[in-house]
Write a new protein. Structure first.
Length: 357
């Protein structure tokens, strides 16, 4: 599954959201190059490479055989939020978890402002693989447990704990936000498949909410990474070399972070076999090994529901909030199979909970 699930559409339609609040992804320019040169002494964007990423612009630049990543955030990212993102990465590095190292400006600042956007420069880290295979997940998930252990003790600000845009939907908001998304879908004069998607999403939201109601109050909450998957976790020579992209970092049940990873790994649109459930259990156990406070029985019971809730952030988040209707339509076009797959989890909840506990 693509980690952006249709959200990264910057080359065709605008992915601005929230009535212009999110802003569009930055683009390289001569003016940006000059601003970075003036503040960091980096000489040129010649032959720079856009490393991708749906939120920030991430440019690989080479200056005198040294390599850097220039990251330009969207306009909604505030200084308080970026300070917390940098704090999280610094703490991870201090505790032995490889994360981005920020290069200070010539006068010692941690970022600059360019055309209303925050810009930081970090050292480039070499890699040869992403966390997109079973083997890499088995190596990467104990690190996620370690990340959660480290982040739990950091006093983040309100802005650090609450991203304005993220691939996440809180359990208590699942029904209301999903209804906003399905209302928009029905307002398009939709196709039969779109109407089927709206009906399925509403059914999923109600079933998941009912299943989670008694479990959610028992789930430990903390600040988590927010998008621990694929090209946000880099490997070199069979070891984790870098954990990147904290754009969706925020406070939520810690199992929601794990559920996102498991959802990306498992959601294929096909029924899940006993062998696949066993693999998911192995991944959960691998994550558990990295925690200093192990998963509770309530968390293991809630995990299938948290996985099933994942496609609802597409419905109640991006489809409801994307400003461009064409962007929202394209996002919706790939969602029916994922919502129906999640419905299968809820309908076989006992089977999933037995496998995980």
């Amino acid at each position: 599954m693509d980690t952006q699930s249709g959200e990264d559409m910057r080359n065709t339609v605008s992915d601005n959201a929230g009535g212009g609040l999110r802003g569009v992804r930055a683009q390289p320019s001569a003016e940006l190059s000059q601003a970075v040169h003036d503040s960091y002494g980096i000489n040129s964007f010649t032959n720079s490479i856009d490393l991708g990423g749906s939120s920030s612009l991430n440019l690989l630049v080479i200056d005198d055989r040294r390599r850097y990543v220039i990251r330009v955030y969207r306009p909604y990212v505030t200084e308080a939020r970026l300070a917390d993102i940098q704090l999280a990465r610094w703490e991870l590095n201090v505790h032995g978890v490889p994360s981005s190292e920020v290069l200070p400006t010539l006068d010692g600042r941690q970022w600059i402002t360019f055309e209303g956007r925050l810009v930081e420069v970090e050292k480039y880290v070499e890699s040869d693989a992403n966390m997109d295979s079973w083997e890499h997940l088995m190596m990467g998930l104990p690190i996620l447990g370690r990340v959660h252990t480290i982040l739990r003790g950091i006093p983040f600000s309100t802005e650090g704990r609450n991203p304005l845009f993220a691939n996440h939907i809180e359990p208590q908001k699942a029904i209301g936000m999903t209804m906003q998304g399905t209302e928009r879908i029905r307002g398009w004069g939709p196709s039969a498949d779109s109407l089927k998607l709206a009906d399925a999403a509403e059914e999923l939201a109600h079933l998941v909410s009912a299943g989670e109601r008694e479990l959610v109050p028992m789930l430990p909450r903390q600040v988590v990474h927010g998008d621990y998957w694929h090209n946000n976790v880099f490997f070199l020579d069979g070891r984790v070399a870098l954990i990147s992209d904290f754009d969706f970092m925020g406070e939520r049940a810690r199992i929601d972070d794990l559920a996102l990873t498991l959802y990306y790994f498992a959601c294929s649109g096909e029924p899940v076999s006993e062998q696949q459930l066993g693999k998911l259990r192995n991944l959960i156990d691998a994550y558990d090994q990295g925690l200093d406070e192990r998963l509770t029985s309530a968390e293991r019971s809630a995990l299938p529901l948290a996985i099933a809730r994942q496609p609802l952030w597409s419905i109640g988040g991006w489809i409801a909030l994307l400003d461009d209707e064409e962007a929202a339509r394209r996002h919706a076009a790939g969602m029916l199979g994922e919502v129906e797959w999640a419905l299968c989890i809820v309908r076989e909840l006992d089977r999933w909970q037995k496998a995980f506990t």
